[in-house]
Design a protein around this ligand. Structure first.
Ligand code: BES
Ligand code: ZN
Ligand code: ZN
Length: 501
C-alpha cells in the first residue's frame, strides 16, 4: 500500500473512490466547491436532503454516475467543528479506512481541506497515520483456504492525499514519509503484542529486537542472557524468570546518532511474555490477555525501529527486561527475598507483582548511561485500569518538568497520559520488615505504590513511569481500532525523542 501527495481538487481523479471531509451541520466548504460543481452538486444534495449530516466518523457513499471519473464519493463526518481536534480527524479517517479495508476499493484520493490548527506537514502525517491504523490487521493465525482467499475482495493499494491550492504538497509529502516510518514501529509493536505467548517467549522477543537491529544498522542490539544477568546480579529478572523453561533476558538497544557528549534518553519496557501470576496464580477469566504483558517492551522495540527509520539526530537507549511468569517447582515463591542489582533486597509477597521486579534491574541498568532522562512503560497494575480506564496511561515520576514533557508528548502524539501523585508517603508504603522493600503494599493506590517501588531504583536520575495496563491493548474493539494490541507508546516515545532527545 502506498500513500502519496499531489495537487488537485479531485474533480479529475481516477481513483475508485474520493473521500471528502465534512463538519457536522455545515454546507459544502470552499475547498470542495470545484469538486461539487463537477459532479453536478452531488455533495450539496446529500447534505440538503439530510442523508448525511457529518456526525463524527459517519460515512455516506454517493455514486457519481459518470459525472467525474471517480465512481464513488465517500462523505466522511468530522463531527462538530467546535469539538474538532487531531484525534477527531485521526479516528474518523481510521474508522473509514478500516470499514472499507476489504470492500473492493483499490484506490482512494482524499482531497484535503484547510482544517483548524493543522499545518500541512502534521496534517499529512496525521491522515496517513490514520490510514495505516485503519488498514492494520493481525491475520497471521487465520490461514485461508485458496478458495476463500479467491473470494476476498481486493484491498486498498493506493491512497493519494490531494492538496487544494494554498496547501503545500511538498509539506504534505514530508508528513506522509514521517508517518510511514512511525507506523512501521507502531505496527511492529502491535504484531509483537498480538502474537500468541507460545510464539513470543523471551527468546522470541529478543530475536525480534535483533531483527530490528539488522534492519536498522544504527541500532546496536545486545541480549544479556542468564550468565550475564547473574554477572550483573540481576536478582529481580532472574527471580521472576526462574519458574519458566524459557530463560529470561535483558534486551539492550543502543541508537546513537548525535554527538557522544549528548546524554541519551533511556526507554525501558516491561517484557513479561506471559503473566500467569506465578505461584500467586491469576484467575482463569481473561488470563489469555496476559500475553500482552510484554507490550511495554514491544513499544520500546517499535520506537527504536521508528526512530532509526526517521534518522532522528538523537542518542536513545532502549532496554527491555523480559521473562515468563509461570508457576512451577522452580518458580519463585511468596516469602522469597530477591536481591536486585543495586543491592536492595525485596520481600516477595505476591509473585503476580512481577513487573516491578524485572523493571527494577533494568532501571538500575539505565542509570549507568548517565541519561538525560529515563522513561519506562509497563502494563503494571490492574489498579491503573480501575483509575483511568483505557483513554490514557497513568503517569508518575520524580521530576515535574520531565513528567510534563512526557504528558505533552502524549497529548501531541495521540498516546495520552495523565499524572498521578508520587509523594514520599507512597514510597514509605513499600518498606518491608524482612527486607529493604516489599513488592506489594495493600490494595490502596495500587498504581502509585507500584511506581513508588520503581522510584527506589533510579537513584538520582530524572525518571518518569507510564502505567500502560489500560492502553496497551483494546478489549472491545472500536470503529477506529480493532481488538488487540494498540501500539500505545511508540508515538509518544518518538515525539519525546524528537522534542527532548
Ligand atoms: N500484568 C499485571 C497487571 C495487569 C492486570 C495489566 C490486568 C492489565 C490488566 C501485573 O503483573 C499484575 O498482576 N499486577 C497486580 C499487582 C498486585 C498483585 C499488587 C495487579 O494489578 O493485580
Ligand atoms: Zn502480574
Ligand atoms: Zn504483569
Amino acid at each position: 500500500m502506498t500513500i502519496s501527495a499531489a495537487k488537485g481538487s479531485g474533480a479529475l481523479s481516477t481513483a475508485d473512490a474520493l473521500v471528502v471531509l465534512l463538519f457536522k451541520d455545515e454546507g459544502v466548504p470552499r475547498d470542495y466547491r470545484e469538486l461539487d460543481q463537477a459532479t453536478g452538486g452531488l455533495i450539496g444534495k446529500a447534505l440538503s436532503l439530510k442523508d448525511f449530516n457529518g456526525a463524527h466518523a459517519s460515512c455516506h457513499m454517493v455514486y457519481t454516475n459518470g459525472a467525474i471519473r471517480s465512481s464513488r464519493i465517500l462523505l466522511l463526518g468530522l463531527g462538530a467543528r467546535k469539538d474538532f481536534d487531531q484525534q477527531a480527524l485521526f479516528r474518523a479517517v481510521a474508522a473509514l479506512v478500516s470499514r472499507f479495508r476489504k470492500a473492493g476499493i483499490r484506490s482512494i484520493d482524499i482531497p484535503l481541506r484547510a482544517l483548524p490548527r493543522l499545518k500541512p506537514r502534521p496534517l499529512g502525517a496525521l491522515v496517513s497515520g490514520a490510514i495505516e491504523q485503519g488498514l492494520y490487521a493481525f491475520e497471521k493465525y487465520q490461514p485461508k483456504t485458496p478458495e476463500a482467499a479467491k473470494e476476498d475482495k481486493a484491498g486498498l493499494e493506493q491512497v493519494v492525499l490531494l492538496s487544494p491550492s494554498g496547501v503545500d504538497a511538498k509539506a504534505l509529502a514530508a508528513g506522509i514519509g514521517e508517518a510511514r516510518a512511525l507506523y512501521a514501529g507502531v505496527n511492529l509493536t502491535k504484531d509483537l503484542g498480538n502474537t500468541p505467548p507460545a510464539d513470543m517467549v523471551p527468546a522470541d522477543l529478543a530475536a525480534a529486537a535483533q531483527q530490528m537491529g539488522k534492519r536498522n544498522p544504527k541500532v546496536k542490539v545486545t541480549v544479556l542472557g542468564v550468565p550475564e544477568l547473574k554477572k550483573e546480579k540481576m536478582g529481580g529478572i532472574l527471580g521472576v524468570g526462574q519458574g519458566s523453561s524459557h530463560p529470561p533476558a535483558l534486551i539492550v538497544m543502543e541508537y546513537r546518532n548525535a554527538a557522544q557528549s549528548r546524554k541519551p534518553l533511556v526507554f525501558v519496557g516491561k517484557g513479561i511474555t506471559f503473566d500467569s501470576g506465578g505461584i500467586s496464580l491469576k484467575p482463569a477469566q481473561d488470563m489469555d490477555q496476559m500475553k500482552f504483558d510484554m507490550c511495554g517492551a514491544a513499544a520500546v522495540i517499535g520506537a527504536m525501529e521508528a526512530i532509526a527509520r526517521l534518522q532522528l539526530k538523537v542518542n536513545v537507549i532502549g532496554l527491555a527486561p523480559t521473562a515468563e511468569n509461570l508457576p512451577s517447582s522452580s518458580a519463585y515463591r511468596p516469602g522469597d527475598v530477591l536481591t536486585a542489582s543495586n543491592g536492595k533486597t525485596i520481600e516477595v509477597l505476591n509473585t503476580d507483582a512481577e513487573g516491578r521486579l524485572i523493571l527494577c534491574d533494568a532501571l538500575h541498568y539505565a542509570t549507568r548511561y548517565k541519561p538525560k532522562a529515563i522513561v519506562d512503560l509497563a502494563t503494571l497494575t490492574g489498579a491503573c485500569v480501575v483509575a483511568l480506564g483505557s483513554p490514557c496511561a497513568g503517569l508518575m515520576g520524580n521530576d515535574d518538568r520531565w513528567v510534563k514533557a512526557v504528558q505533552r508528548a502524549g497529548e501531541s502524539s495521540g498516546d495520552r497520559a495523565w499524572p498521578l501523585p508520587l509523594w514520599d508517603d507512597y514510597s514509605k508504603m513499600m518498606e518491608s520488615h524482612v527486607a529493604n522493600l516489599k513488592n506489594v503494599a495493600g490494595r490502596e493506590a495500587g498504581a502509585i505504590t507500584a511506581a513508588a517501588f520503581l522510584k527506589h531504583f533510579v537513584g538520582e536520575e530524572t525518571w518518569a513511569h507510564l502505567d500502560i495496563a489500560g492502553t496497551a491493548w483494546e478489549t472491545t474493539g472500536k470503529a477506529w481500532i480493532p481488538k488487540g494490541a494498540t501500539g500505545y507508546g511508540v508515538r509518544l516515545l518518538v515525539d519525546l525523542a524528537r522534542t527532548e532527545g
